[in-house]
Design a binder for this molecule. Structure first.
Ligand SMILES: [Zn+2]
Length: 411
């Protein structure tokens, strides 16, 4: 079997893994890196048989519309992933145009891709032309799947994964394999206890409301916003939601089997006020105790409106809930206390704190997962400190490979 990463081997973003086996060519994920400017992986092979999409986040799905130009290629994902990926790729196209970049695909590609998708349920099996691939839940976000490809060897491709149960989604359910291709976002880093994070998060919300302030919670639209809303549910706060998360909520509502507890999810959302249009933002600002809004790294989206109104208010607080990439407004705010809105640099006087609501397994959980699968060979991807995971495993446990992008290697 021959493997080749088109991108995303040694970094978080632009993931794509080609597996060539017994005359077949398979692709696992095909993402982009939504930075400013965006970056893209190497071109996909033109003789592709099937592509598998682990989940909808753009670093895994962002280039899939281009696959509609590859003749006869099928694309396999869960129904939730298909629906959310459609939303995110359309949005990526819009953002590329707004920011003045030439998008790598057009709306026709997104439309054409739809007829190529085969939906497979969360624990289903895909069979086609002798190819057999089992899906198993990856945790992370609703619809996220790991793929077990039964070829010359048994290969498990994890995509992004989370092994602890969260409010929104159940844990990853790993299976045994010969070769494990695993994400390593949190190699060398552990998460704080999630219950404790939630407790301090709610305490900070209460403290802010008591002193007469408002809470702004920037959150990624897919997964994070919903997890935050469930954490805030039934506490008596007036919560408003703005941005694309509203559309994602509707998709999740329609797919109860992909949620940890669909009744709790629905009840949590029932108490949330939605900002339907930009005209309602002023109203939300007046009424809300807490505003949950995109974008999660403060680089765009409605959060900039709310921050523009509240940044001078020392009673209010801004509670970041996600990873803040190098070069983002969120990172600049955490590191230097400043950020930029409409090309004006500001120094917010409201309280700024970051909470770890990560949807990725931490270092120890990843090590445990490797042992659960009993893999003899471990291919690490999707991480910039993969060696820290390799160091944590005994040489006799499994052979660890950390390939560079582009290089073909056999397993
Ligand atoms: Zn992801």
């Amino acid at each position: 079997m021959e493997f080749q990463f088109l991108g995303g081997a040694s970094e978080i973003g632009s993931l794509g893994l080609v597996i060539r086996d017994q005359g077949r060519t398979l692709l696992f994920d095909y993402g982009m890196t939504p930075t400013d400017p965006p970056t893209y992986p190497r071109p996909a092979p033109t003789n592709l048989d099937v592509a598998f999409l682990s989940h909808a986040h753009l670093d895994h799905s962002g280039m899939t519309p281009l696959l509609s130009r590859v003749p006869r290629t099928e694309l396999v994902a869960t129904p939730v992933t298909i629906a959310v990926a459609d939303l995110l790729t359309r949005d990526a196209l819009k953002i590329a145009r707004l920011e003045g970049y030439l998008p790598p695909y057009d709306p026709n590609d997104i439309r054409n891709l739809h007829s190529r998708f085969t939906a497979v349920d969360r624990k289903g099996t895909f069979r086609w032309r002798g190819i057999e691939v089992e899906l198993t839940p990856a945790g992370h976000i609703p619809g996220a799947s790991m793929f077990r490809y039964r070829g010359e060897k048994d290969v498990l491709f994890t995509g992004d994964l989370q092994t602890i149960p969260t409010h929104l989604v159940g844990p990853a359910l790993p299976v045994e394999c010969d070769v494990l291709v695993m994400e390593s976002t949190y190699a060398g880093r552990e998460h704080p206890d999630r219950k404790e994070v939630e407790r301090t998060f709610r305490l900070k919300v209460e403290e802010t409301i008591e002193r007469g302030g408002k809470v702004i919670v920037p959150a990624f639209a897919v997964g994070r916003a919903q997890e935050v809303l469930m954490t805030l549910a039934h506490q008596g706060y007036v919560v408003w939601l703005d941005g694309m998360a509203r559309s994602v909520n509707e998709i999740y509502r329609g797919a109860p089997e992909y949620l940890a507890d669909s009744k709790r999810f629905r009840r949590a959302l029932d108490g949330v006020h939605a900002v339907e249009n930009s005209g309602e933002r002023r109203h939300a600002l007046r009424e809300a105790d807490v505003i949950v809004t995109t974008g999660g790294m403060l680089d765009g989206g409605p959060v900039l409106y709310y921050l523009g109104e509240l940044y001078k208010d020392a009673n209010s607080s801004l509670l970041l809930t996600g990873y803040q990439v190098e070069g983002s407004n969120g990172r600049q705010l955490l590191d230097e206390g400043t950020m930029t809105i409409d090309e004006v640099r500001i120094r917010p006087e409201c309280e700024v704190l970051k909470f770890d609501f990560s949807a990725h397994a931490g270092h120890s959980e990843l090590v445990k997962l490797v042992r659960t699968t009993k893999a003899k060979k471990l291919v690490l991807m999707h991480g910039d400190h993969r060696e820290l995971l390799a160091d944590a495993l005994e040489p006799e446990e499994c052979e660890v490979v950390m390939p560079p992008n582009g290089q073909r290697f056999t397993v």
